[in-house]
Design a protein around this ligand. Structure first.
Ligand code: AKG
Ligand code: FE2
Length: 335
């Protein structure tokens, strides 16, 4: 399994699994209806059956794809084209952007936590923080600014509807100001670029991890390479590209707030030998000072809370201080 070498050496050598187990560990589960990520049509999102299928996907899978989400296909296509344009800019131009951008608005980076990794993940990425229009116009790169902003305006409307459905199922009727602070105060649009890799078996596009978001809403191109940890096994399930669909996954914050009703599932990305892949995740995050813990309305039938109340920035700093390491981050918040 492509993973960070520190984990890999620990797994192969110290835990005495040996090199043979490395192959067993990267088992891909063949796809059938029992073992594939649900695809949900969002056209009638207020319909109880649609809401039930979202609830079922979020509790059983933690991952689902949404079609007919309301983002026009030309906004999606324009966004994808602008991602390629951005990464094809001359290197000097990207360097200058990196040096001159305030990190609370634009960040250009390679890998995940380069200071904590002994081998870098095979990806470059740009983060565009969805902040005030003034800052966006001042700092988002001109080559993709209009396309990213247009996409985010549509995506924000979809995200509000989706969070409304997910909260309703946790006995919370309204999003309200406080919950908005704790769920979707900060959004950023990622442009992730995985160049074709001559030896994909030796690297990780992204190593196994769960997201620390409330939810992540991702658009992928048609190359493929995203895998989700299988429900009851050690294998990996492909998330096949579906043209125009959004891949939604529950993040750690909603797993914690729902007291594990919703699942934040491990996933990873395998690099492609022949083709460059792009993906565009929207990371929907709480405000840094928001307190995250199981919702009282969700616990009302007497369930014991499984998590403490934590300040989101503490959780965030803990996550980024280490290399990707499966689901270990959530231990930070466990009682
Ligand atoms: O590129 C992808 O499909 C997934 C990326 C991802 O998991 C992440 O950035 O957290
Ligand atoms: Fe992720």
């Amino acid at each position: 399994m492509p993973t960070t070498p520190t984990n890999l050496i620990d797994f192969l050598v110290n835990q005495a699994n040996g090199v043979k187990a490395r192959l067993d560990k990267c088992k891909i589960i063949p796809q059938d209806s029992e073992q594939s990520i649900p695809i949900i049509d969002f056209t009638n999102w207020e319909d109880i059956q649609v809401q039930d299928s979202i609830f079922s996907a979020a509790t059983k899978w933690g991952f689902f794809q949404i079609v007919n989400h309301g983002i026009p296909i030309n906004a999606v296509d324009d966004l994808k084209a602008s991602v390629h344009k951005f990464f094809e800019l001359p290197v000097e131009e990207k360097k200058s952007l990196k040096e001159n951008s305030p990190p609370d608005v634009v960040r250009l980076a390679t890998s995940f936590s380069p200071h904590a990794e002994s081998v870098l993940e095979w990806k470059d990425h740009l983060h565009l923080v969805y902040t005030s229009e003034e800052k966006i116009h001042a700092y988002w790169p001109p080559v993709c600014k209009d396309q990213a902003l247009e996409y985010m305006k549509y995506a924000e409307a979809f995200i509000r509807k989706l969070l409304k459905v997910l909260l309703k199922k946790l006995n919370v009727k309204e999003l309200g100001r406080e919950r908005e602070h704790a769920l979707m105060d900060t959004m950023s649009l990622g442009f992730v670029y995985y160049p074709a890799c001559p030896a994909p078996e030796l690297v990780s596009g992204v190593s196994p991890h769960s997201d620390i978001t409330s939810i992540t809403v991702l658009l992928q191109d048609d190359i493929g390479g995203l895998y989700v940890r299988g429900k009851d096994s050690d294998g990996w399930i492909n998330v096949p590209p579906v043209n125009g669909a959004l891949v939604v996954n529950i993040g750690d914050v909603l797993q914690i707030m729902s007291n594990e009703c919703y699942k934040s599932i491990e996933h990873r990305v395998v690099a492609n030998r022949n083709k460059t892949r792009i993906s565009m995740p929207i990371f929907v995050n709480p405000a840094p000072d928001a307190i995250i813990g199981p919702l009282s309305k969700t616990l009302k039938n007497g369930d014991e809370p499984l998590y403490k109340q934590v300040v989101y920035s503490d959780y965030f700093n803990h996550f980024f201080s280490k290399a990707h390491d499966g689901k270990k981050t959530i231990e930070f918040a466990k009682i």
